[in-house]
Design a protein around this ligand. Structure first.
Ligand SMILES: Cc1cc2nc3c(=O)[nH]c(=O)nc-3n(C[C@H](O)[C@H](O)[C@H](O)COP(=O)(O)O)c2cc1C
Length: 168
């Protein structure tokens, strides 16, 4: 498998915790941790396989560091790239916008030609609406530390097994 860029904000609390757990599920040397707050277009394009950490903030929006990178992303050709997205959210606190960021990012990447993988079932979650919803799946891995903190490790292990099949 080609090297995977694991891209998330190093300044986050829960997203960083999740990213570390994800990284540990891969073999040593398979993952490069990259800070989303300082990533350049060139750096992103150096990976064919990527995992993006995209929590949802501001009632259904991307956090600032991703939002600021959106104009750059909109100009990139991502054909041939495979991307998986994990996103922290809070289904009880924000049931109408649960993990919207995962959906916003998936739509954007797909519009630039990327193949988005790592879709997961909505089973076990309770929310009203989500931009990450596609059929009965999320367009990535939804992680709710606030309400389902005891399930995080298991969800991540299962997701990484899935990614090992879906990445080339
Ligand atoms: C001001 C604020 C707005 C939020 N908005 C949403 C939201 O719209 N949808 C959602 O699922 N979670 C929302 N959350 C929950 C965060 O996504 C959740 O706490 C997440 O774990 C934060 O991850 P981070 O600390 O790594 O950035 C919000 C949290 C805060 C404090």
């Amino acid at each position: 498998m080609k090297k995977i860029g694991l891209i998330y904000s190093f300044n986050t609390n829960k997203t960083s915790q999740a990213a570390k757990k994800i990284g540990e599920e891969f073999e040593a040397g398979q993952i490069d941790h990259v800070n989303a707050e300082s990533i350049t277009e060139q750096e992103l394009l150096s990976f064919d396989n990527m995992i993006l950490g995209v929590p949802t903030w501001f009632d259904g929006e991307l956090p600032n560091y991703w939002d600021e990178f959106v104009p750059a992303l909109e100009d990139l050709d991502l054909k041939g790239k495979t991307v998986a997205i994990f996103g922290n959210g809070n289904q009880k606190g924000y049931p109408e916008n649960f993990v919207d960021g995962v959906g916003i990012m998936a739509e954007l990447l797909e519009s630039r030609g990327a193949r988005v993988v790592g879709f997961t079932s909505v089973q076990g979650f309770e929310f009203e609406s989500s931009r990450a919803l596609r059929g009965e799946q999320f367009t990535g891995l939804a992680l709710d530390f606030e309400n389902q903190g005891n399930q995080i490790n298991q969800l991540i292990k299962k997701w990484v097994e899935q990614l090992k099949q879906e990445f080339q």
